[in-house]
Design a protein around this ligand. Sequence first.
Ligand SMILES: Cc1cc2nc3c(=O)[nH]c(=O)nc-3n(C[C@H](O)[C@H](O)[C@H](O)COP(=O)(O)OP(=O)(O)OC[C@H]3O[C@@H](n4cnc5c(N)ncnc54)[C@H](O)[C@@H]3O)c2cc1C
Length: 490
Amino acid sequence: MYDFIIIGAGYGGLTAASLLAKSNKKVLVLESHYSIGGCAGYYKREGVLFDVGATTLSGFDYNGPLDRIEKELNFQLKKKRIDPGMVINFKGKKILRYRNLQKWIEELNKHFPGINHEKIWSRIEHVSEKAWGLLSEVPLFPPASFNDLFSFINKNTGDYLKLLPGLLTSFKSGLPKEARNHEDYIQFLDQILMITAQEKSDRVPYLLAALGLNYPKDTFYSYGGMTSMAHEIEKKIKGYEGELKKRRKVFCIEKNDSDIFIIKAEFNKKTEVYKSKNIISNIPIWNFTEICSGNFKNKMNKISKKYNKSWGAMTYYFSVKFKKDLESLYYQVHSNELKKFIDSESLFFSFSARDDLTRCKDGFQAVTVSTHISIDAFKKQNFYEDNKAKIKTFEKIVLSTFQKSFNEFEILDVGKGEVGTPATFEKYTNRFEGRVGGIPHILDYYPFSYPKNSTPDPNIFLVGDTVFPGQGVVGVISGAFSLVYRILKK
Ligand SMILES: Cc1cc2nc3c(=O)[nH]c(=O)nc-3n(C[C@H](O)[C@H](O)[C@H](O)COP(=O)(O)OP(=O)(O)OC[C@H]3O[C@@H](n4cnc5c(N)ncnc54)[C@H](O)[C@@H]3O)c2cc1C
């Protein structure tokens, strides 16, 4: 009998499991795939290690969640800061996202003159710093009950209350007029927000947009790929006598007469049965609803149905050898060709570090390219046969954009590439309909309606990118800290 069974070994589940195991809880993580990390996982092809989805780490600054997990579990990830954290190729401009605020403002003044960048970005930086403080000091934010409100009261309450209006107005409406009316500037900001908040500036609350826009300032590359930190956390779970079992797909959760959960998982085409006092789901809320039973399933169904907007991803994986060094490892390239083809305006190119020989050898770099796509964009029957032409077109657009945008670094060689679609994510991570990136941060869900980590059953909890604060490795790790705080304080 376990204290906690955690379904899924994504960053949310792994972090929650490690913190609970450290607090002497008997935990078991059940993961359906043969490797951990989920959307921040990897795959290997002909000796090259590709990140499947997530490629950048953020959250080591301002006592951020990644800094906290390193300290809490006592490990040091092999990583390096990337500055500029991102380069944006936009309408013939090349915009370098420097970490230093003054340098960044100068860069923006060069490309978008006539806008008060000093005012806009000083505020973004201030709000972002305060918001991380709020999330670490007030783990039960946003409150799920009257009791949670009390956790809000500490020496910084006054400061935090000032942040709350930022949940009620859009980022765009908070911009000075000259910026709000500058079409190109808004388009440029919107594409950054699409990768960090999954929505554009007229729909994202100011507070969440500030976090999203500040994200590329604090960018780190993880040696060995994005799963390296997951492996560090896995080691700690085992060190604290927790268990993690792979290739176990949970397909049913029931409660017996003694209020104990019976969890059924498929392993090698056979059914295994586990018992636990509590459950933590690290799978998207739509998937979780499917495996629940009884009245609880009906309740979860009502909750998860409210959140229907979510993106899919198109990805492309290949390797490249350049003569010259890149100025960053992360590039967002706006593309008109792409815009005509799918409902997306930019491609995100992430390169492995040339000195990371665990990923690629002989001067090559592994590349993961990603963009948003509506999950309805593909025919669902006979997926590959019916969508062959579309997949081919996507590959052509990626490669032509790549040639145009990276020619200046003198491309010496390009390895064979592979396309990923929402069906690929559905197959390897089970994510419902291939929905990835979490639930977009939109005004409709604030201040109180974004999914929370508690559920109608006091012994079932949620963690991961479909729960507040949602997205990205930094978001789900922050969410896991909040969840464990909620559990341990009970
Ligand atoms: C293309 C793309 C690019 C991204 N880029 C970035 C980035 O650069 N930086 C960043 O921070 N974030 C990025 N993200 C987002 C980030 O990857 C995710 O938000 C985060 O990894 C989600 O973690 P999670 O723990 O919520 O869930 P997941 O990663 O989805 O993990 C859930 C786990 O549960 C397992 N599972 C599913 N069903 C079952 C079942 N029934 N039984 C047992 N196990 C099950 C899955 O196999 C998976 O391992 C990106 C995402 C995508 C798709």
